[in-house]
Write a protein that binds this ligand. Structure first.
Ligand SMILES: CC(C)(COP(=O)(O)OP(=O)(O)OC[C@H]1O[C@@H](n2cnc3c(N)ncnc32)[C@H](O)[C@@H]1OP(=O)(O)O)[C@@H](O)C(=O)NCCC(=O)NCCS
Length: 143
């Protein structure tokens, strides 16, 4: 089941999945977590929060339409490949379509680019490196 959740509920998964448990949950906050229009989704498998994602209003580059940035996409290892990630992205897409948003973009890890492509995102940048994490692309899904 997908729910809107508080940013503080997702810090633990962010740390485990995206930071190799090397930080404190507090250090996994994004400066954008609480800005106007930001929202956070969680997929619960029973009582377990298995997948999280965060979005906030933010345009990319010269795209001046009503854009949202997607961040912190993470599924606990044990729950990967079950479709939770696709479901939660589809949910965000539907929600933002209703809000008349124009596109979602993200800095996608190269290893996750197929995942985003399967959800309708396309690569719109050259490959670039984020220090300590690895190669990325900017990917965008028009709504
Ligand atoms: C990328 C990620 C969020 C996908 O979540 P998920 O819940 O496994 O997604 P789904 O089950 O909907 O899988 C959809 C696609 O993801 C990809 N995928 C599945 N398991 C994966 C894994 N272990 N690693 C990378 N990609 C995987 C596959 O392309 C899959 O497509 P398929 O069903 O045709 O094989 C998840 O693998 C993850 O948390 N990875 C580590 C963190 C990460 O890279 N986050 C993205 C940061 S940009």
């Amino acid at each position: 089941m997908i729910k809107f959740i508080k940013s503080t509920d997702i810090l633990n998964i962010r740390n485990i999945v995206l930071r190799d448990s090397k930080l404190t949950p507090d250090e996994c906050r994004f400066p954008t977590d609480e800005i106007d229009g930001a929202f956070h989704l969680g997929y619960y498998d029973g009582d377990t929060l298995a997948t999280v994602v965060s979005l906030h209003p933010q345009n990319y580059g010269e795209h001046v339409e009503n854009g949202y940035q997607l961040r912190g996409m993470a599924t606990l290892a044990k729950y990967r490949g079950k479709g939770f990630g696709k479901l939660i992205v589809d949910y965000a897409v539907n929600y933002l379509q209703q809000k008349q948003a124009d596109y979602i973009w993200c800095n996608a890890r190269k290893v996750a680019s197929k995942f985003y492509q399967d959800s309708g995102f396309e690569i719109i940048s050259d490959e670039f490196e984020i220090k300590g994490i690895g190669p990325h692309y900017v990917m965008r899904r028009k709504l």
